[in-house]
Design a binder for this molecule. Sequence first.
Ligand SMILES: [Zn+2]
Ligand SMILES: [Zn+2]
Length: 289
Amino acid sequence: MFLIANTKHLKENLSSNSKILKIIEIFEERGETISSEKFVNSYFAKDFEKSIRDMFRVRSEDVPSVLYRENDFYPAFFKDLMNAKKRVIIVSPFVTFRRLSKFMDIFKLLTSRGVEVRIYTRPIKDLVKEEFSPYIGKAIEQLKSMGVEVIERSNIHFKIAVIDDDIEWEGSLNILSHRDTEEIMRRFKSKSVVEEVLRLLDLQETSEEFSTFVECSKCGRFMVMRVDRNRLYMFCPNCFSKYKLMKGDRVLTQVKCPDCGSYMVLRWGHYGPFLGCSRYPQCTKTRSL
Ligand SMILES: [Zn+2]
Ligand SMILES: [Zn+2]
């Protein structure tokens, strides 16, 4: 006969005249007590943690972060921008000319280095209604001409910045319009936080990159062809030089044709650029961009 029970718990909680308590005593007196840990390795704790994680999606990682106020945020943020190598994403529901003008030079430097700069803000027509608005439309045009992507999104309220793959800022401060209110911003250095934010807030990258056999005229390395929402350009990952591709430009890529294994080339049709097999017309495989 076996009795399986949490005897310690029962003895502490049952009243002294409990029948169950009597049974436990008889078993303990006449039988052998074996610890459950001999059969199962603390199964309860493991299952419990796992089920709680699944149920509530508790994040197990304890990510360190630093809290900034409005007065020390900008110096720290500019330092991060200066070190950006790949991308800068700023979500600032509002943009004012006054604040934006302080960012113009650094954005220009970043885009010239080949860093992708993307700004999410509320629709420009809504911003124009604002107090400091006469120049805002012009400033945004200027940003776009530098290669900064400006994406309009209605109703955004969160304030976020992502730099490269591992720096994330979040808090209450409108990065491109802040003036004199008290705010907080928290800086995380964590790849998983960046991934989480890009995924949950729908800030994922849509650009695609293709290796090519085109040599950079400055350094001789092979350039890559980038497709950034409607923009198509060549970019050197070594010296950061770049140029826009024009209708009719042909580029031999390192993309292999899935049908015949030859390399594919950039071609232009009625509906814009696409990749076609270099063995055309023998092979008619295409791939849209
Ligand atoms: Zn180069
Ligand atoms: Zn082919």
